[in-house]
Design a protein around this ligand. Structure first.
Ligand code: FPP
Length: 250
């Protein structure tokens, strides 16, 4: 895949070794509200720009050869936000999915959804199903959007499924291994992220991919998500590549 920064040789791109990129990058989309407040705009304006940023960064990840991108778009706790804000986020998701249905085949970007979709509107659930069906035919970068997602809720969901499989005699409690438990998660079949990026300056995991991030390198930046550019992604990748990952060894 041709990669424009390689040609331009910007400083940041120069620090990245494109032959050993992380396979899977996860991002907590944070800072939309502050971005809007600093401009005297309603919080929803930040989400609108944040959705565009997501599109740009997802396409760029595909361009440089990232195999998996997972983003935290809406948590199980985000329902507590004002109704207007929740509605705006849901309508942005709808807009994004409608556009994706038209373009994902051409772009060869697969979409997947992680979380409990049951409280979503029937319309949104229908779009999610359509995106899943199109993705089955594609092979490109797998972009997972976490909606109504919480890491603990995901583990509870997995535990219930496993208990049910025990009850019907498919497996025994003593069969359970780490690999088997991973197979009960929403992220089944996706390797754990090597890099988790949190824009917006906070240093928290916020209930995101608790199981999957056991050995993930965490990178936080003060840049707010709507301001996040390709260069910021490259900075995060360069920082990740400078780290010494030992997995508990020496
Ligand atoms: C966090 O910023 C952002 C969210 C809770 C919503 C993210 C949703 C989108 C960008 C829209 C749709 C997404 C896709 C993938 C198309 P915040 O509001 O918590 O910011 P703050 O910490 O500055 O208040």
């Amino acid at each position: 895949m041709i990669f424009s920064f390689r040609k331009k040789k910007t400083d940041t791109a120069g620090q990245v070794d494109f032959s050993r990129l992380p396979r899977h990058i996860a991002i907590i989309l944070d800072g939309n509200g502050r971005w809007a407040r600093r401009r005297g705009l309603p919080r929803t304006a930040g989400h609108k720009v944040g959705a565009e940023t997501f599109r740009t960064i997802a396409t760029y990840c595909r361009d440089i050869g990232i195999e998996y991108l997972t983003v935290y778009a809406f948590s199980t706790e985000n329902w507590k936000r004002p109704r207007e804000e929740v509605e705006t986020i849901m309508s942005l998701l709808k807009k994004y999915l409608l556009e994706a249905i038209d373009t994902m085949e051409r772009d060869n970007v697969r979409l997947r959804f992680m979380g409990d979709m049951s409280p979503l509107s029937d319309e949104l659930k229908g779009l999610v199903d359509q995106c899943n069906a199109i993705s089955q035919r594609l092979t490109g970068c797998l972009c997972s959007i976490c909606i109504n997602y919480g890491g603990r809720a995901e583990l509870v969901h997995a535990a219930r499924q496993f208990a049910e499989d025990c009850r019907v005699g498919l497996v025994k409690p003593s069969d359970l291994t780490e690999e088997m438990l991973s197979g009960y998660l929403y992220s089944e079949g996706i390797p754990d992220p090597e890099l988790l990026i949190r824009p917006g300056g906070e240093q928290r995991l916020s209930n995101f991919l608790l199981w999957q991030c056991a050995y993930t390198e965490f990178y936080s930046t003060d840049v707010l998500w709507p301001d996040f550019k390709k260069e910021n992604l490259l900075e995060a990748i360069a920082a990740y590549q400078r780290r010494d990952r030992r997995y508990g060894g020496v």
